[in-house]
Design a protein around this ligand. Structure first.
Ligand code: SAM
Length: 246
């Protein structure tokens, strides 16, 4: 029986591919990669030659059963995504579940993850946090999601792309107003930046300079003050109780 290694790769700086990750990528029978071209250039940088198989959201379900059979027959694979930790807003969940169900050992080779990197430098509370990944793309659904998350007392972690950062910032400003937000962009890259400001200030900060809207973003939202959440919860309870009263 082989092993399935879940290997984190850099989110920018190539120096972040760990020695252990390099050793595993060099040793496995095959590397399952979200994008084989992208993987090939990463591996070339480290002088690793490996057999690559594409495993992405479109073929993961169809391909997993056959891959698990090979794992059971003794092959070892490494799973990587385009950047950071596989499965975190990236493919791999279907395969990992199937491998575990078949009794194949799934082994973490941990490393970069944009959410964790952003949290660690944000200065916002890290003792408890909620990862929400990408908000819905459609404006109505996105705003509804943010409304539903408004009373969350834990730090909220969101991923965003350059295409939608301005729209999401406008929604954050409207819904969260003075709540502190940390915008972290291009982590580990040349133009890395992380800045904390009230949600309401985000749209004008982004509008000031087109460069600020480029690249990849993590948005962290300070949790709602406990009291506000308690008040909201209290109001909900009260409303329910009032309905029951004669
Ligand atoms: N699996 C990855 C991880 O572990 O972070 C996340 C993959 S997800 C498809 C891509 C998103 O991650 C980007 O849109 C952005 O929100 C975030 N991201 C990835 N690299 C980043 C970086 N260098 N700086 C800031 N955010 C980044």
């Amino acid at each position: 029986r082989g092993h399935l290694y879940v290997v984190a790769t850099p989110i920018g700086h190539l120096g972040d591919l760990s020695p252990r990750a390099q050793a595993v990528l060099g040793a496995v029978d095959r590397i399952l990669a979200e994008d084989t071209r992208n993987a090939r250039s990463l591996l070339a940088h480290f002088g690793i030659s490996a057999r690559l198989v594409a495993l992405h959201e479109h073929n993961e379900s169809a391909a997993s059963a056959a891959l698990v059979r090979e794992l059971r027959d003794g092959a070892s694979f490494a799973l990587i995504s385009d950047a950071g930790t596989p499965l975190i807003s990236d493919p791999g969940f279907v395969l990992v579940r199937a491998a575990r169900a078949a009794g194949v050992p799934v082994v973490a080779v941990p490393g970069p993850c944009a959410a964790i990197a952003a949290l660690s430098v944000s200065g916002l509370a890290c003792d408890r946090f909620v990862f929400e990944g990408f908000l819905p793309a459609k404006p109505t659904a996105r705003r509804a999601r943010l409304q539903a998350l408004r009373d969350e007392t834990r730090t909220l972690v969101l991923y965003e792309s350059s295409h939608r950062i301005a729209d999401t910032a406008a929604d954050l400003a409207e819904i969260l107003d003075t709540r502190p937000v940390c915008l972290a962009r291009e982590l580990t890259k040349l133009h890395e930046q992380s800045i904390v400001m009230p949600a309401a200030a985000l749209p004008s900060w982004l509008a000031e300079d087109a460069d600020r809207r480029r690249g990849e973003f993590v948005l962290l939202i300070a949790g709602a003050p406990e009291t506000a959440a308690d008040d909201a919860q209290g109001e909900r309870v009260l409303r329910v109780l009032l309905r029951e009263l004669p």
